[in-house]
Design a binder for this molecule. Sequence first.
Ligand code: ADP
Ligand code: MG
Length: 582
Amino acid sequence: MILREEGRIQILPPHLVNQIAAGEVIERPASVVKELLENAIDAGATEIRIELEEGGKRLIRVTDDGMGIAPSELPLAVASHATSKLRSEADLHRIHTLGFRGEALASIASVSELDLLSRQAGQEAGERILARDGTVSEGLPESIAPGTRITVRNLFYNVPARRRFLRGERSELARIHSMVKEHAIAMPTVGFTVSHGGKISLRYPAGQPHRTRIAEVLGRELAERLISLPPSDRLLGWIAPPDVHRRTAEGLHVFLNGRPIRDRVVFHAVREGFRGHQIPGHHPVAVIFLDLPPESIDVNVHPTKEEVRFEDSSVVHTLVRRAVREALASAASVPPLDAVIRAPNVEPRAVAEPMADRVSESFGFGTATLDLPRPLASPSTPVVRSTLIDDREVRAFQVRSAFIVVEEEDGLVLIDQHALHEKILYEEILASRDQGIAAQVLLVPEPVELDPAEWQEFVEAREALRELGFEVDEFGDSVALVRSVPAGFESRSVDRLLRDVLARLAEGRRGGSDDLPDLRERLLQTLACKRAVKAGQPLSAEAISDLVRGRARAFQPRNCPHGRPAELRIGWEELNRRFDRK
Ligand code: ADP
Ligand code: MG
């Protein structure tokens, strides 16, 4: 449509307004499917059928068994700004339906040929209208089971630029599938069937329990490994262990009050939760359902309603991050040695045997005091040590006093001894502490004089400090008397340590976030790092063997607590290929 009298301001004709609005929401067939699915779910459907042709470009038909639309309201359903889901401004601030904008059907009708057939429970037959080129036909009776059937043909037939922008049939179908999968996870009680060109391509039966539906959508193998997040009244969810990862955020399935969302705050919180457990650049897999009071969120941020705004995003961030961290920490708690490793050729040690030797010769995993190994081997003569892990013989030796080479069934593994030991210790510390960090009581309590800002922070953060392992009293004005420090930090300058921690706490407070879990995490990492064997340290055969066995028991030995890789692997096939052997 050309507006001839250039320069004059005119109100746009409604059909054009709708086309412009459609530009924001309806980008491709999957966007149509999303809107139609949302409508069906809002209508209380328990079975939703989606029929497609040519990746939805030629035809999309969604049939539901929901409450239907009254014949007199059919034309309204395809009119813009017409909705049954909002009545007043107050409703806008406590949205409990997926739709509320009253624009989707009007937008879709402006860029396609839309055919709407619906029947309410009391009616004898359904009624059908056709919308095309901004006009709506008279209603005609047609038989249909109670519910609604919406058919969208030739999407973007009148918007060639958009049509050209669409991908091939398979790619559009894939997008529709992932859209349906998100809703299928969100609504496990609703049945979904997708057929393409007459063949069923996805099918989820109605009335499934959450876990079953997730298993159907994400795959059984992955679902079996999912770790539950500690449930609360605001959050329910599962994460995959850290060795399962994706290249993008595609593995993050987040739902807010039943609505699939792609939200940066929540995504970031999940990744933060995985920090130290997963290699940076890897993306975790998680399914998270958030249940927040509708008045504390704003879903009217973007027309697609996938972005949301939280009244207090730091609360949501903390909620999610903590849940993920707790789940990882509990999954990381290492089972006792004997349960995992059977070493049939080793005689059980006599109880009376002095422990000291053993501990100093090896790492003595599982014991609280970890002495560094006595170097038994010179760096130039690698010790080949074989260790039995799960009845398999594993051979290992040290090179350059820094790396351990392990021969495994499927290839060679090169291990950074410091990074691996650090990770094993980190997991042990995580598992052993109940709450907070263990405290080490100082022989002589140490007074630390604080400046006014530090003193202020100290007075406010007493509880937090205790959780971190500091037992501190007030000792006159602006002097803190330190009675204990986090275990592992006793050799540090108490003065510097306390000031440093106070500074970080203050920083976190200024940033508006409750940074204690992060700080605790960083202290644990520092602790593990300090205690771990260094690069450049020759290791005894016992120590190598201990490390290799510790690796087998570790929850996630592939990276250090800071996320850097702790090992590299070369498969035998790869090795053969490199040597031009077939
Ligand atoms: P919204 O969902 O934001 O209200 P839509 O344009 O998607 O706007 O739909 C307009 C109205 O049409 C809805 O408010 C609802 O009353 C009705 N409607 C649409 N689809 C269905 C359906 N599948 N079943 C029952 N009613 C529907
Ligand atoms: Mg809608």
